[in-house]
Design a protein around this ligand. Structure first.
Ligand SMILES: NC(=O)C1=CN([C@@H]2O[C@H](COP(=O)(O)OP(=O)(O)OC[C@H]3O[C@@H](n4cnc5c(N)ncnc54)[C@H](OP(=O)(O)O)[C@@H]3O)[C@@H](O)[C@H]2O)C=CC1
Ligand SMILES: CC(C)(CO)C(=O)C(=O)O
Length: 383
C-alpha cells in the first residue's frame, strides 16, 4: 500500500454519504476517487468542479472520478461501497471481478448479509480480501442539488465493524483506523453487524408516524417528530433486535448508545434525545416523499432480515414483521420479495449453524439452487 498522501480510496457511489465520505477523507489527507453506475452525479466533479463540504466537515477538495468499476478497482488501494442496500448487489457484481487479493473493501454501511455475497464471489475467483462491514456510516449528510456541495450532518464518534473472513479482522480494523481514526468498535462477527444497523427500525417508526407528511411532500423536522409515542415504538423495536442478539450470545449497541454516539446528545428517553438533537439544530429533516430509502431500502433490506433472524433464533420480531406487512399494504408492494441479496446467498435454505459458519469464513455452503450460485469455487485463496 502507498504512503498516506498517495493512498487512493475508491468509492463506489456518488450520493450523500459518498460525497460526505470523500470530503472527510480529504480532510484527513487522503485522495478519494468516485464512481457510480450512471455517472450522472459525478459529471460536475469530472469537469473540474471542487467538492465543497459544510457542517461537521468543512473544506474544498478534488475527488478523482473513475469511468468504470474496473478503473475504480484498479486505481484504488482501498474500496468502499457507499450506495443504498438496493444497489449493493449490482455494485458488488460490477466490482468483484476486479478486486485484488488483499485489497480491502469497506461496506459503508453494511446491509442484508451482503459481505457474504461479495466474499463468496471473490472465493469463487480464488481471491481473499478483507471485507469490512460497518454497522452504520461514519458520516451522515445530504448532497445538494448542484452535485458539488454536501452538507455533513455528523461525524460519528463510534462505528461498529467486523471483517469477513474473520481471520482478516486485524487488517480490516487497521485500514479503518488509518483512514478515519480511532472511531471503531470491533463487534463479534457479521451476525453482530447485521444486528447493528439501527436505521431500519428507527426509520420504520419515523416513517409510520409521519407517512402523510412524506406523501404530501411537506418539510418537517425529523428529530422533533420523534414524539413520545414514536420514541416508545423505536424503543420497543430495539428490544426485539436486542433479544435476537442475546439469543446468539452477541453484544450489540443499544438505540440509546446509537443516538448518543452518533449525535452527541446525553442518554435519556429516545424521544427526549431527539428533542435535544432538534434543539441543537441537528435533528435533521424528514423525507419529503414517500419514495424514500427509509422505506424502499430499509423495509426489504433491513426489517425483512431482522424478522428472518428472529425466526431463525426463536425470538420472533413481531413488530419488525408488522412493519414489513404494513408498509407492503401501504405501498401496494411485496417488500419481502424485493431483497435480491438474501435470495442470492440462499438464506432460506440455510440452518442457523450454516449461516454462522459462513459469517465467519466468508464462504457460503454449496447450494446449486441459490440465485447467486456462480459455479465451482476455486480451491484456496490466491495471494
Ligand atoms: N445520508 C445519510 O445521512 C445516511 C445514510 N445512511 C446509509 O448510507 C447508504 C448511502 O446513503 P446515501 O448516500 O444517503 O444514499 P443516496 O440515495 O444518496 O445514494 C445514491 C447513490 O446510490 C447509487 N444507487 C442508487 N440506486 C442504485 C442501484 N439500484 N444500483 C446501483 N447504485 C445505485 C446512485 O447511483 P447513480 O449515481 O448512478 O445514481 C448514487 O451513486 C444507505 O445505505 C443509507 O441508508 C446511513 C445513515 C445516514
Ligand atoms: C434515524 C437516524 C437519525 C438514527 O438511526 C439516522 O438516520 C442515522 O443514524 O443516521
Amino acid at each position: 500500500m502507498t504512503d498516506d498522501n498517495n493512498l487512493i480510496v475508491g468509492i463506489a457511489g456518488a450520493g450523500s454519504v459518498a460525497f460526505a465520505t470523500a470530503a472527510r477523507l480529504a480532510e484527513r489527507g487522503f485522495q478519494a476517487m468516485l464512481w457510480s453506475p450512471s455517472g450522472s452525479r459525478t459529471k460536475a466533479l469530472a469537469a473540474g468542479a471542487e467538492l465543497v463540504a459544510t457542517g461537521a466537515v468543512e473544506g474544498r477538495s478534488r475527488p478523482l472520478v473513475a469511468d468504470s468499476a474496473e478503473a475504480l478497482a484498479e486505481k484504488s488501494d482501498v474500496l468502499m461501497i457507499v450506495v443504498p442496500g438496493y444497489g449493493h448487489k449490482a455494485v458488488m457484481d460490477a466490482l468483484s471481478p476486479h478486486v485484488r487479493a488483499g485489497q480491502p473493501v469497506i461496506i459503508n454501511s453494511h446491509s442484508s448479509l451482503g459481505a457474504l455475497y461479495l466474499s463468496d464471489k471473490l472465493a469463487r475467483r480464488g481471491v481473499e480480501a478483507p471485507i469490512v462491514a460497518w454497522g452504520t456510516t461514519m458520516v451522515g449528510g445530504r448532497q445538494q442539488p448542484d452535485l458539488t456541495h454536501v452538507h455533513v450532518s455528523t461525524v460519528r464518534k463510534s462505528v461498529d465493524i467486523c471483517t469477513v473472513p474473520a481471520h482478516l479482522s486485524d487488517d480490516g480494523l487497521a485500514i479503518c483506523q488509518r483512514l478515519f481514526g480511532d472511531r471503531f468498535a470491533v463487534r463479534d462477527g457479521l451476525m453482530a453487524i447485521s444486528l447493528s444497523n439501527l436505521n431500519p427500525q428507527n426509520h420504520m417508526g419515523i416513517a409510520l408516524g409521519n407517512m402523510t407528511r412524506m406523501e404530501r411532500g411537506e418539510t418537517w423536522s425529523q428529530g422533533q417528530n420523534v414524539t413520545p409515542n414514536v420514541g416508545r415504538l423505536l424503543e420497543a423495536l430495539d428490544r426485539e433486535r436486542l433479544a435476537i442478539a442475546e439469543a446468539l450470545g452477541l453484544s450489540v449497541r443499544t438505540i440509546f448508545e446509537h443516538f448518543h454516539w452518533s449525535f452527541h446528545v446525553p442518554i435519556a428517553s429516545i424521544s427526549e434525545m431527539n428533542q435535544q438533537m432538534h434543539a441543537n439544530g441537528n435533528g435533521g429533516t424528514g423525507p419529503a416523499t414517500a419514495d424514500s430509502r427509509y422505506v424502499t431500502e430499509d423495509v426489504p433490506f433491513g426489517l425483512v432480515v431482522t424478522a428472518k433472524l428472529g425466526q431463525m433464533t426463536g425470538r420472533p420480531a413481531t413488530l419488525h414483521q408488522a412493519g414489513v406487512d404494513v408498509f407492503s399494504a401501504m405501498y401496494g408492494r411485496d417488500f419481502a420479495r424485493e431483497n435480491t441479496l438474501l435470495d442470492a446467498i440462499g438464506l432460506d435454505g440455510m440452518t442457523l449453524d450454516e449461516l454462522q459458519e459462513a459469517a465467519r469464513s466468508g464462504v457460503l455452503p454449496d447450494d446449486p439452487t441459490r440465485t447467486g450460485h456462480g459455479g465451482s469455487r476455486v480451491s484456496g485463496p490466491s495471494t
